[in-house]
Design a protein around this ligand. Structure first.
Ligand code: PLP
Length: 393
């Protein structure tokens, strides 16, 4: 007998992974170029040159026993110092390396921070639609996820957030640029959220924490997003290099606790403890060293911009209803029938692999992950047209 809950979780897979696996099998059957796989956020743009250069330099210059050695549990001191320096110079926040914890990507950051923060039954407000794994990560930490719908453009609805706050609210977890909608929260919006939290905090013993999950931070088509520590002190940033420099398989990211955060040092110790508890100590050392020198760099954002413009323009012209993504590499499109799963099943017949919005906590939409080759987008357009005509012909 095994843990039944976990066995079920492992048996089910996520809806996205299932579709991705289907896509792999289907490509073998009918040829890669004939399947339009928009399922996974697996960047198709190569990592920037600094990654390869730094890898080659490290392999050439460092003795292997040093290169591949354990780092301290929190990560290499010089790497954490480089990240603190980057945050300080880019965003003007006096960041300390002692409040940076290197992790195996945003997932490990989320699990560690949520486990560190949450007491049983405490609530985490999550604007919906949201990254599906949030539900699991909050549940495993013993907390309760409270989804709050965003507005019609998928931006924060501050009134709805205020209504959702209770005395059990421990944190609000935001993700901008957003997966699955591509929304990027404005400075004004974050200031509004900060003002709301500050106002509520005056009635509480402990503040509400702002958790900012930022694996798409630099993938923005317009203005750079505001760094949330600038507007609100009780902030924890969860960063990942998976998307921005196309390193999802290398599992590297970090947690940064704002020095101005309530009991920052104790919280940081709890994050360290949580990571230890979950076996997440010592993020890959080779890639700790690599990312230290590649901060603020992105993979070729123009590829994503071209895909975005082509897809958004063509789908809007065809008659689909979608909001233009301001960042990340996802287009969130209204399904052509109320049941997004049924719509995706019909899309699949046209070899279009789209993710229904149900697992993102919203009904009636699909997510198109356009971190694919430009020609895949171009070749997929007749299939999108045929699908539209099937409903409107
Ligand atoms: N958070 C969001 C919003 C994501 O989209 C993802 C991955 O798709 C993650 C976290 C997990 O990222 P990582 O690969 O760094 O664990």
């Amino acid at each position: 007998m095994f843990n039944q809950k976990l066995q079920k979780l492992g048996t089910e897979h996520s809806a996205i992974r299932e579709l991705f696996e289907y896509g792999l099998a289907r490509k073998k059957e009918i040829g890669e170029e004939n399947v339009f796989d928009f399922s996974l956020g697996n960047p198709n743009v190569p990592a920037p040159a600094c990654v390869t250069e730094e890898l080659l330099r490290l392999i050439g210059e460092m003795p292997p026993e040093k290169l591949h050695a354990y780092s301290s549990a929190v990560g290499l001191k010089e790497v954490r110092a480089a990240i603190a320096q980057y945050i300080q110079s880019s965003f003007g926040v006096p960041m300390s390396e002692d409040l940076i914890f290197m992790t195996c990507g945003a997932s490990a950051s989320l699990v560690s921070v949520l486990s560190a923060l949450l007491l049983p039954e405490e609530e985490v407000i999550v604007p919906a639609p949201y990254f599906p794994e949030y539900a699991l990560f909050i549940e495993q930490a013993g907390g309760k996820m409270v989804p709050v719908p965003t507005d019609e453009k998928f931006h924060l609805d501050l009134h709805a957030i205020e209504r959702a706050i209770t005395e059990r609210t421990k944190a609000i977890l935001i993700n901008s640029p957003n997966n699955p909608t591509g929304a990027v929260y404005t400075k004004g919006e974050l200031e509004g959220l900060a003002a709301l939290l500050e106002r509520v905090n005056t009635t509480r013993k402990e503040p509400i924490f702002l958790l900012s999950d930022e694996p798409y931070r630099e993938l923005c088509y317009g203005e750079k997003p505001t760094f949330p520590m600038v507007v609100y002190p009780h902030t924890v940033v969860l960063y990942s290099f998976s998307k921005v420099i196309s390193l999802p398989g290398e599992r590297i990211g970090y947690v940064a606790v704002s020095p101005a955060c309530y009991h920052a040092q104790e919280l940081f110790f709890a994050v360290r403890g949580a990571a230890r508890y979950h076996g997440y100590v010592c993020a890959p050392t080779l890639f700790q060293r690599v990312v230290a020198d590649c901060q603020g760099v992105t993979s070729d954002l123009e590829v994503y911009r071209r895909n975005r413009d082509l897809l958004y323009g063509a789908l809007s012209d065809m008659g689909y209803s979608c909001t233009v993504p301001e960042g990340a590499f996802f287009l969130f499109v209204k399904a052509l029938e109320p049941d997004a799963k049924a719509f995706c099943a019909r899309a699949k017949k046209h070899e279009l692999l789209l993710v229904p919005s149900d697992s993102f906590g919203t009904k009636g939409y699909v997510r198109i992950s356009y971190c694919v080759k430009g020609e895949t987008v171009e070749r997929s357009l007749p299939a999108f047209r045929a699908l539209f005509e099937e409903y409107n012909g």
